[in-house]
Design a binder for this molecule. Structure first.
Ligand code: HEC
Ligand code: HEC
Length: 388
């Protein structure tokens, strides 16, 4: 958890001293924020953020390896109305790491979506702005752009990323900008009063207006740009003739785990890939629930399994602490219910039992560990851009 830091309070002081007397209908412009108007805008920004407007990090151009084929790239849910741009995703990165997005300036998106943890939270439930706990485990964010079902959250209640990204902000537990607290309008006034947001919005959108639609678009661009192509699985897949062939750089155990993961049960596999689709490991759009609870009616989704090994605990309520427990669930713990996916049934109404050996279970866990994308977990483009 991030704690209240002085830099988050500073903008308020700056706003009252520098902007007093500014016409409120236009708001402060980028140049107003700079007492010496001859100084380049970049210098103002540089006092706050490690982002270079002239040479922003690249988000728009992802170098996809060959095993991200046309079919895979065709599952990208980026809407034509909100393509990822370097400036837009950079603005999203600032918003994502800004504790000012919570009412009492304590909690940022990154507080609960920790890069080193695969953009999830090691705690079963995350701590919100006033110490309250979320009702679900935080979700990893890599490859959300490849979730063809589009809808977001464990229970799919958000229609897409643009719809999802401001829900934590207005949530009474997570970040606190509820209707009573003034909602998104109150957040917009706060962001307008900082020296850096008008500059960033102008850079990304051509004018310095901070609007709800622009906030949604920029945050969604940032989340979509969190793409995982650098795990050991990816390195091996890029060098292999096909995913089914044994990977030269994998151990025998990892290759056994891969075979079990990829093959359907009627071919001696565990059938995981039917729902967690390689190479993105995002969930197949039409998949249903995985039988955690008897009588389940909710159609749960899962985030991509990329980085799952650093994202414990597992499932929507973080009920499993280990990957071994996850495998035991699929082996013999699946429960019948209206939401259960047929792929997890032996026959209609009867949950499947895989009957995996201990060695096969261990192999599946070893394979899941090859999905850890260390490059992404340390990628500079997704770190906190604020200078402390
Ligand atoms: C207090 C902790 C917390 C904060 C702050 C938070 N999140 Fe989350 N996030 C969660 C939890 C918990 C879930 C799963 C909630 C659920 O499904 O009910 C989640 C889910 C998501 C998802 C859905 C992923 C998917 O595959 O469906 C996205 C995207 C996301 N958060 C982005 C953000 C962004 C952007 C912000 C900042 C504006 C943010 N989160 C702030 C805890 C948090
Ligand atoms: C019918 C589709 C389906 C199949 C087949 C399937 N899963 Fe899942 N999986 C899901 C869903 C849905 C969830 C999220 C469930 C929830 O939390 O409510 C999930 C969750 C997970 C998680 C936890 C993810 C997280 O973020 O906490 C892991 C790990 C996992 N599955 C691995 C596997 C493995 C390994 C197999 C094969 C043995 C497998 N799955 C087979 C649908 C499936």
């Amino acid at each position: 958890m991030q704690i209240l830091s002085t830099r988050r309070l500073w903008p308020v002081l700056a706003a009252s001293s520098l902007f007093a007397g500014c016409a409120s209908d236009t708001g402060p412009t980028a140049l107003d924020a700079n007492p010496d108007s001859d100084q380049p805008t970049q210098d103002v920004l540089a006092a706050w953020l490690s982002i270079d407007l002239a040479e922003p990090p690249s988000y728009a151009a992802v170098a996809y390896p060959a095993h991200y084929d046309a079919q895979t790239l065709g599952r990208d849910n980026t809407p034509a109305t909100n393509p990822v741009t370097d400036a837009g995703a950079s603005l999203g990165r600032v918003l994502f790491h800004d504790t000012d997005l919570s009412l009492n300036r304590t909690t940022s998106c990154a507080s609960c979506h920790v890069q080193a943890q695969g953009f999830s939270d090691p705690d079963q439930f995350s701590t919100g702005f006033e110490g309250g706990l979320t009702g679900a485990h935080s979700m990893r964010l890599a490859n959300a752009t490849f979730y063809e079902g589009d809808d977001m959250f464990w229970d799919r209640r958000a229609t897409d990323l643009e719809d999802q990204v401001l829900q934590p902000v207005v949530d009474g537990t997570e970040m606190g900008f509820t209707d009573v607290a003034g909602g998104i309008s109150a957040l917009i006034l706060r962001l307008e009063a900082t020296p850096y947001y008008p500059i960033l919005f102008e850079w990304a959108y051509g004018t310095d207006d901070v609007t709800e639609a622009r906030l949604r678009a920029a945050l969604a661009q940032y989340v979509r740009s969190i793409v995982s192509v650098g795990s050991r699985f990816d390195d091996a897949a890029a060098a292999a003739p096909n995913l089914g062939a044994p990977f030269a750089s994998f151990s025998a155990e990892e290759n056994l785990g891969k075979t079990l993961f990829l093959r359907p049960p009627d071919q001696g596999g565990a059938g995981c890939a039917g729902c967690h689709v390689p190479p993105t490991f995002a969930l197949e759009g039409a998949s249903r629930s995985n039988g955690l609870d008897l009588g389940e009616t909710i159609l749960f989704k899962a985030p991509s399994l990329k980085n799952v090994a650093v994202g414990a605990p597992f499932m929507h309520d973080g009920r499993f602490e280990t990957l071994e427990a996850v495998i035991d669930h699929y082996d013999s713990g699946v429960r019948q219910g209206p939401a259960l996916d047929r792929r997890l049934e032996a026959s209609p109404g009867v949950p499947a039992v895989l009957g995996l050996s201990l060695a096969e279970k261990a192999a599946l866990v070893a394979f899941l560990r090859t999905l850890t994308d260390t490059a992404l977990l340390t990628d500079e483009r997704f770190t906190d851009p604020f200078r402390n």
